[in-house]
Each structure stands twice: as structure tokens, then as C-alpha cells.
Ligand binder design. Sequence first.
Ligand code: AMP
Length: 194
Amino acid sequence: MSTFSLCIYCGSKLGAAPGYEGAARQVGTLIGERGWQLVYGGGNAGLMGTVANATLAAGGRVIGVIPQSLMAREHGHTGLHELHVVDTMHQRKQMMAERADAFLALPGGIGTFEELFEVWTWRQLGYHDKPVGLLNVEGYYDGLLAFLDQSVAQGFVPAAQRPLLQSSTDAAELLDRLSRDARTASAPDDYRKI
Ligand code: AMP
């Protein structure tokens, strides 16, 4: 594998607790220090801006993908190595997925939830074979993780799918796991059914 490329989904807002921004800065710094590449939504606002700027400051390469219609609202970042301005949200999400070796969600809102669940669903359907992670900062995702366990217990989520969403409270440990698992992911992407 060439440069490891991590796609981050996170909030376009900073959230209420300072720990969220701290975690986003830590993840960006780790990406840069490890010589990895960040793929994200291309904005310069909220946690999205934090993770991008921390990656750049630590010497990492950053690729942003943003729909034209969101350039103003999400403050399209002009200091990236690549900024792809696309026509639609679907193009954005597919390009982000194609350019990544693994996916990681940080705290965020509806957009983050949608992106995380979409990429996990794509894995379930066999569109890709890349690891998917969730960083549980300050207990933000405790309720979601408990609900996911309930959905397995109630027979709606297949038990084999549940561990494919890898969660941790420790950013460095989770990044280690995602990069290790990405090395064993071998199936080529197949998004033709999207
Ligand atoms: P949020 O977590 O709501 O702050 O959004 C984080 C990012 O997800 C933003 O860049 C949104 O543009 C993006 N996003 C991706 N898909 C969607 C969607 N279907 N609806 C809303 N936002 C989305």
C-alpha cells in the first residue's frame, strides 16, 4: 500500500465540550506525524477544520471533497493539497470513499451519522472491504453504541456486522487498528450498485 489514507467524518460544528476539539486536533496530529493522508469533506469549519489544520500543521497531506453548494456554508478550505469541488453530495461521498483506505467517525451531527452509517452499510453489502471506526470522545457515542448492541439483540443487525464498526476511546490505539486491518483488506471497491 502507498501512503495510508484515512477518511474522517466529523462535525461541521465544534460541539459543546472542549474535549471534542482536542480529540480532533489529536487525530489530525497523529495522521500528520505518521506521514498519512487525510481525506475529508473539505470544509474549514467546526471539527472538520480542526482535523484538517492539525494534519497540515503536523506535515500530513490533506484531500478535501466538497459540493459546490456547500463551499460558502462549510468554508471550503483553500490551503489543502487537493480540493475537489463536485456537483453533488453523492459524488462527494463516493470520491471520499474511493480515496480512502479506512474510515473514522469523530463526534458530529446528522451529516456525520449519515456518512458513517452509509460507509458501514456499503461494507455490509460488499461494496468495499475497508475498516470502519468510531472514536467515542467524552462518552458522546455511548448511547449509540448501546443502541447498536440492542439492535443486534433484537435481531435486526446481524451479529457478524456489529464488530465491523470498531470503536475506541483511545485515538492512537484505534488508528493503529484501522491501519493494521486496512493492510489485510484486499477486495477491490465495487460501487456499481449505488
Ligand atoms: P454534521 O455532522 O451534520 O455537522 O455534518 C458533517 C458533514 O457531513 C458536513 O460536511 C455535511 O455536509 C456532511 N454530510 C454528508 N452527507 C450529508 C447529508 N446527507 N446530509 C447532511 N450533511 C451531510
